[in-house]
Design a protein around this ligand. Structure first.
Ligand SMILES: Cc1cc2nc3c(=O)[nH]c(=O)nc-3n(C[C@H](O)[C@H](O)[C@H](O)COP(=O)(O)OP(=O)(O)OC[C@H]3O[C@@H](n4cnc5c(N)ncnc54)[C@H](O)[C@@H]3O)c2cc1C
Length: 467
């Protein structure tokens, strides 16, 4: 059987929905808003950014009247869909931080470490059961050509005091038995994996316990500044608040102004059936790290608590920043990902996939959180984490709240908080550019040629697509 037919067979019974959302423990839905109400702080969107912001606001000032409205239900957006590999960096990795804000590296790294420690502490303090594992983050060199990438990353890790280790071919083969892996960079402390839906549901429980009111199935339709504050309208009512935090991440790309700097890209994931003890032995992976590889169209992978392999990383863009494309609920977009899976783990050839899904990534020329100010700074959009947001959202929410409250904490003075990413071209150029880029990413490692020039041009525009 050729690779394409094998992938089709393995995907035949797949469920096009995140594996994470099948977990037990989903809390009951909160009511829909009807009528008018006032509050001190309104948060729009109940993904990680919105939930962390609500918890932070309440922990800081218990009598603050905080409300969240969510268009769907908690964990419907990116927060219920990631690989959920935990990174210390709050700027989409150290190389990206170095590219963007070299003079702030020391403080950004320090803030990232504090954020990760606070992330862990909050989860433990509130007893959130979310399958946290601290196996570390491992970047694997695919082929000899990947070795230079991990060596340069290693020097950055060491410079900023991470517990990082370079693995040669023998050492990486002892960890994971993939014939593709020629070396590795393992950052052992302060990183690992989590069950993202259980985390989001746990944060929802904590927010409710702290007195936050949450309205689900309640989309913001409009907002305007009135004499009594910002009025946000929903299908069944309205809320007036002096301060509004837009925690809508990639969904913001559907809003006229946010759209200028944010594109809603899709990223795709496959999950296998649970591996047997024998299959696990054939793969290795005893330390259960979250893994990224050095391919240009990067793949990432991790184990779930019941020993499935989650394998992700195939970008797409649908015209108009579509955040729920029907095109991603069919086999075809997942075939190349399945093929890459079998090349990575040939000992598992033929294993079936149980789940396939895609999720919205808020892409900017920064690939990291930024803040857009509206209504004289009384409404802030906080988003743009790209593919690194599970822990960075906690940091992004805390700083976003300080900006909204006009508090002079050192973070709000740093360049990432005071400046904006560049404009992104509108449609149809956005769609055309994205199609060529996705094709180049898929084929550059085998065919190079014009693809390298195109990707270099895209990088010059500010998108670090090959990082
Ligand atoms: C496939 C994939 C893999 C990823 N892997 C990783 C990873 O391994 N590690 C990592 O750190 N990060 C990863 N990420 C990124 C991470 O998931 C996100 O950065 C993070 O979840 C963003 O959280 P958020 O709350 O800002 O956005 P979201 O979770 O998208 O939340 C936004 C919420 O706003 C709601 N909303 C939208 N419009 C409105 C409106 N008008 N009114 C009310 N509510 C509205 C949406 O319904 C949604 O619930 C991945 C993302 C994807 C998609």
């Amino acid at each position: 059987m050729d690779n394409n037919s094998m992938a089709r067979t393995a995907l035949a019974a797949v469920k096009y929905s995140p594996y994470w959302l099948d977990a037990e423990g989903k809390p009951s839905d909160q009511p829909t808003l009807s009528g008018h109400m006032n509050c001190d702080l309104l948060i729009v969107g109940a993904g990680f950014t919105g939930l962390w912001a609500a918890i932070h606001a309440k922990e800081e000032q218990a009598d603050r009247n905080v409300v969240i409205i969510e268009a769907n239900t908690v964990a419907n957006g990116a927060s219920g869909r990631p690989a959920a590999i935990l990174s210390t960096s709050v700027m989409h990795g150290m190389e990206n931080a170095q590219r963007l804000f070299p003079k702030d590296m020391d403080i950004l790294e320090q803030l990232g470490k504090e954020n990760m420690d606070g992330f862990k502490e909050t989860i433990l303090r509130h007893n959130i059961d979310c399958d946290l594992e601290w196996g570390g983050e491992l970047t694997v060199a695919v082929g000899e050509e990947g070795l230079a990438d991990i060596e340069s990353e290693y020097s950055l890790y060491k410079k900023y005091g991470h517990d990082a280790h370079l693995l040669d071919k023998d050492a990486i083969q002892k960890e994971i038995h993939s014939p593709l892996f020629h070396g590795g960079l393992w950052s052992k402390a302060r990183s690992g994996t989590v069950h993202p839906a259980k985390l989001a549901w746990g944060l929802k429980r904590v927010a409710l316990e702290l007195g936050v009111k949450i309205f689900e199935n309640t989309p913001m339709l409009n907002n305007s500044k009135t004499q009594s504050g910002i009025e946000v309208t929903t299908p069944g009512g309205s809320i007036t608040a002096p301060k509004v935090l837009l925690a809508i991440n990639a969904f913001g790309a559907q809003h006229r102004k946010i759209y200028n700097r944010v594109a809603a890209i899709r990223d795709r994931i496959l999950v296998t059936e649970p591996l047997s003890a024998e299959q696990m032995k054939s793969v290795g992976w005893a330390n259960r790290q979250g893994i990224y590889d050095t391919r240009t169209q990067l793949n990432y992978m991790r184990l779930t608590a019941d020993n499935r392999i989650l394998f992700g990383g195939r970008l797409a863009y649908y015209s108009g920043n579509n955040t729920d494309p029907e095109g991603d609920k069919k086999i075809d977009p997942y075939l190349r990902l399945a093929d890459n899976f079998y090349r990575t783990f040939p000992m598992l050839t033929g294993i079936k996939f149980s789940h396939a899904w895609s999720g919205p990534i808020a892409l900017t020329t920064r690939m990291a959180v930024h803040y857009q100010r509206y209504h004289q700074g009384d409404m802030i959009y906080a988003g743009g984490y790209s593919g690194f947001g599970v822990t960075a959202t906690r940091f992004g929410a805390r700083v976003g709240l300080a900006i909204l409250d006009k508090k002079d904490i050192p973070e709000t003075m740093l360049e990432f908080a005071t400046t904006l990413p560049s404009y992104i071209p509108p449609e149809p150029f956005r769609w055309i550019g994205a199609q060529i880029t996705m094709y180049a990413l898929d084929t550059v490692d085998e065919k190079a040629g014009w693809r390298k020039l195109w990707l270099a041009m895209v990088e010059n525009m500010g998108f670090p697509v090959t990082q």
